[in-house]
Design a protein around this ligand. Structure first.
Ligand code: ASP
Length: 355
């Protein structure tokens, strides 16, 4: 039974004011629920792939694993109840503000964000860029709904609470906890949509969890959280500069880029082939856009490796930026945040090498 069980509303968090961390041996962890498959439900137990995401409220998810009460003092907030493919910058910014407010509280030691797996890597990366805190912030989801045979959500959530309540996770940046594995937000990517081992990092995981105990093997060398120059507190409103993505393949259309400019894009991510390559017949379009103030960022649709500057494309001559090893969707987020500070391509390039 939950000793401090509270209802699933934002008001619930106010109750934390009565329970300072110092009065508990266990750490205080807040679960911020946003929906996804971890909160999904299917028609039968054999429906592991056909189901509706974002159905089960957070209190039911936590009630299903009473073992988490041994790990930490748990509170929760139902921030959103959506499938993560429906996240927009508005939800992302508001979620970041909510997590930031929690991270600043002296009675919160760690935060778990339950999230759909489709865009979990994007939310995790964004939070790692804009929340200046050393406290563990752990994103978790599942590949099977809770109604399925061998649902992966309960153990993933148990492990995420264990991680968020562990002092060893402090200062490690925003983490993704999936399938017993601990990933750094910037490196992790969903690479398969039908298996439980859906997430990988080309540079390796940070560690693993066994029976609620984290074991660490690596650390991220990139700037994040407390060492970030971005801050959710300096973002005004609930939108980011518009940044579009164009997927590279044979037979590209210049109009794919021009329509984004017409929509108001301040930058375009070219998710190119190979080394973020640009077809010779597309180069004039990108240079025209660049001269009209639309930043061109070369990323790659190849899942591993990184885009090398001035290799096949003369980026210095064109004034383009390369995304280094960030995939197109993470490149969009860093570009949007960069544009809140500068439009200088050299400065944006610096950020891509530092984050
Ligand atoms: N479409 C779902 C979502 O991202 C998939 C999942 O959670 O695994 O919300």
């Amino acid at each position: 039974m939950l000793t401090n069980s509270i209802r699933t509303s934002n008001l619930a968090i106010d109750l934390l004011a009565d329970s300072p961390a110092s009065t508990y041996k266990k750490n205080n962890v807040v679960v911020v629920a946003t929906g996804g498959t971890i909160a999904g439900a299917g028609a039968s137990s054999t429906n592991s792939a056909s189901y509706t995401a974002a159905k089960i409220p957070v209190d039911a998810l936590i009630d299903a694993i009473p073992q988490v009460q041994d790990l930490a003092n748990i509170r929760w907030v139902q921030a959103l109840q959506i499938a993560s493919e429906s996240m927009t910058d508005k939800e992302l910014i508001n979620l970041a503000r909510q997590v930031n407010d929690l991270a600043k509280r002296s009675d919160v030691n760690g935060i778990v964000v339950t999230h759909g797996t489709d865009t979990m890597e994007e939310t995790a990366f964004f939070l790692s860029l804009v929340i200046r805190s050393d406290k563990p912030i752990v994103l978790v989801g599942s590949m099977r709904p809770g109604t399925a045979l061998s649902a992966d959500g309960p153990l993933n959530l148990y492990s995420a609470v264990a991680l968020a309540s562990s002092d060893t996770a402090k200062g490690k940046g925003v983490l993704v906890m999936m399938n017993d594995t601990i990933f750094a937000a910037r490196d992790v990517s969903k690479i398969i949509n039908i298996h439980t081992n859906a997430f990988v990092s080309q540079w390796g995981a940070l560690g693993t969890i066994v029976e609620g105990k984290p074991y660490w093997f690596r650390e991220s060398t990139k700037r994040h959280n407390s060492s970030s120059e971005f801050n959710i507190e300096s973002i005004e409103g609930d939108s980011l500069p518009l940044v579009g993505i164009v997927y590279g393949a044979n037979n590209m259309l210049p109009q794919s880029y021009l329509v984004l400019q017409q929509a108001g894009a301040k930058a375009i991510i070219h998710a190119g082939t190979g080394n973020g390559s640009v077809a010779d017949y597309i180069v004039p379009t990108l240079n025209k856009l660049q001269s009209e103030g639309v930043q061109i960022i070369r990323s790659s649709h190849v899942p591993q490796g990184f885009v090398i500057r001035n290799a096949e494309q003369p980026d210095d001559t064109y004034g383009w930026v390369v995304a280094h090893d960030l995939n197109p969707q993470k490149t969009r987020l860093l570009t949007a945040l960069a544009l809140t500070k500068t439009t200088d391509a050299k400065e944006i390039q610096r950020m891509f090498y530092e984050y």
